[in-house]
Design a protein around this ligand. Sequence first.
Ligand SMILES: [Zn+2]
Ligand SMILES: [Zn+2]
Length: 334
Amino acid sequence: MFKLAELRHDHIFEKFVIIPNNNKKEYSNGNCPYCLGNESMTNATVLALVQKNGMLKRVYDDSEEINNWCVRVFPSNNPIVTQDTDTTYADKPFAKEPAYGHHYILALAPDHRSPSKLSVEHWTNILVALQDRIKWLYSKKGVTYVSVFMNNSKFIHPHMNIVTLSSIPPIIEKTAISVHKYIDEKGSCPICDTVKYESNSSRQIFATNYFIAICPWASTHPYKFRILPKKHTVNFTRITQKDIDDLALIIRVTLGALANTIESDEFNLVFRLPPEKKQSKQFHWCIDIYPNDNEASILGDEFGIYINRLKPEDAASKLAYSSRREFAEIMGVK
Ligand SMILES: [Zn+2]
Ligand SMILES: [Zn+2]
């Protein structure tokens, strides 16, 4: 029996599976813990952006000032990773390690307004908060990668997940390798090349001063689109306020366009960022947005990390019991 979150490795298919240690309900629709006024239902605030006298103020705790926050970040009540490191390590073939990390929720707004209807200024605030927290998390021990993803559904308060990992997720690792292979072969960055060749192409959706949105050449989902910085940039944490303002504009425009086109506000958004601290694994970052899938599948599809809330040992015990009954029935044993 284990009590802590485990990260198990599948060495054949290069997958990571997190088996969380809790099954608390983060969220019940009746009384939303992420809404303004319900802060006591979540863990303590680590960052809130508050409008004060026309200025945006960053508040780092639950002081009274946050009673009119517009963006708020706090630790998840139901984290998929843990800071406890008591879990034992094991080597192949049953390799495992503690699923060490931090899981934060970034509430996009104090209420349930759709992200596709928020003002551009509000999106700027979201990105400012996100950049602030990613920087902060990379300064912590044991943080090798900070993943950022959201699954927007009409049933839940619009929010992003910020989950840190102690190793580089398999798909990020693969991305870094293929980007560097391309650079070795062609002598140029594949994302810079994409920006160059997709500008005004039949797959361009929209462009601002510093960003371009396109439907990818080998798009994996209907209406999937990608937002790319026009100039070569590997650190989201170092983009300037001007870049952030521009990124907020293109996100707001394209999200609104997606919602109108598919007549739904359900979408996934994932930041495809390189690991900040690994020099050899850098690549030109981008953001992917596509019509809704579920939250667990984003981590699997985009990072190669799967969440399984049913321990395989428990699943096996149920199926083994049922198999014995099935076998007895087939063999005519009562
Ligand atoms: Zn809410
Ligand atoms: Zn580039």
